[in-house]
Design a protein around this ligand. Structure first.
Ligand code: DX5
Ligand code: ZN
Length: 229
């Protein structure tokens, strides 16, 4: 496959919520390609974060694409609200209460791009029949709910399986990895075929946001050169 730009999407969950505008500016200046917004409802996952109002506030501060990760039950019901708030891609979980077909239809109807996410214990088979209708397949590399967890390397074969399936189908959909992406784990994820890297703590928890993004960029580019196919 022709090489394409690998994208880094800082997760604002790891930023200072009292200074999101500052976090957005720093990440943009440091070369972020998109922002990742983690919506949690206290039902699908134990944690609660934010809803469409915060997505709208972020939308007002950046022109970069907003990747909205819906860790919620009934994603179909909420798709329109998150699209209207400015989400460019709405990523629902295949384990949530709506059928995959229903969730895809609901997101597609809003005009937003459609992503389907897999928890670490969900096999790729759960999205395989739908790849032609997806713009992103998200392989979660931690159990959803909290930032700052350690990457689960057991998901790498699933990234490879997604890569093979999308290539065979001629799909240009992104394969995103979310959870525990650092300068150590981003490279292997890229080598196995991921194209979109969600990074929370590795961008915002310590040090300079720009330096952190530069190190992550180097890690994904180096990883992609060592492609395992
Ligand atoms: C976890 C979220 C992730 C998280 C990533 O449930 O979906 O997006 O914010 O944070 P790190 O990169 O710190 O694991
Ligand atoms: Zn996420």
């Amino acid at each position: 496959m022709a090489s394409r730009r690998l994208r880094l999407a800082p997760s604002l969950l790891s930023a200072d919520f009292a200074d999101l505008a500052g976090a957005i500016r720093a990440a943009e200046a440091g070369g972020a390609d998109a922002f990742h917004l983690d919506v949690m409802d206290g039902h699908f996952v134990p944690n609660i974060t934010f809803g469409p109002a915060l997505v709208r506030a972020v939308r007002a501060r950046t022109k970069l694409p907003l990747d909205v990760h819906l860790m919620i039950e009934r994603p179909a019901k909420y798709a329109e609200a998150f699209a209207k708030a400015g989400g460019d891609t709405l990523v629902f979980h295949v384990e949530a209460s709506d059928s995959v077909d229903e969730a895809i239809r609901a997101v597609r109807a809003t005009g937003a791009a459609v992503g389907a996410a897999l928890r670490p214990d969900s096999p790729f088979d759960h999205v395989a029949p739908y790849v032609d209708r997806l713009d992103q397949v998200m392989v979660m590399s931690v159990y959803p709910g909290f930032s700052g967890q350690s990457f689960l390397p057991d998901v790498l074969p699933k990234v490879a399986e997604a890569r093979r399936t999308l290539d065979a189908a001629g799909s240009a959909a992104d394969i995103s990895v979310d959870g525990g992406i650092t300068t150590e784990t981003a490279g292997p994820a890229a080598a196995y075929g991921a194209t979109f890297f969600v990074c929370g703590n590795s961008v915002f928890a310590s040090g300079s946001v720009a330096d952190n993004l530069k190190s992550l960029r180097r890690a994904v580019d180096d990883g992609a050169r060592r492609a395992v196919r």
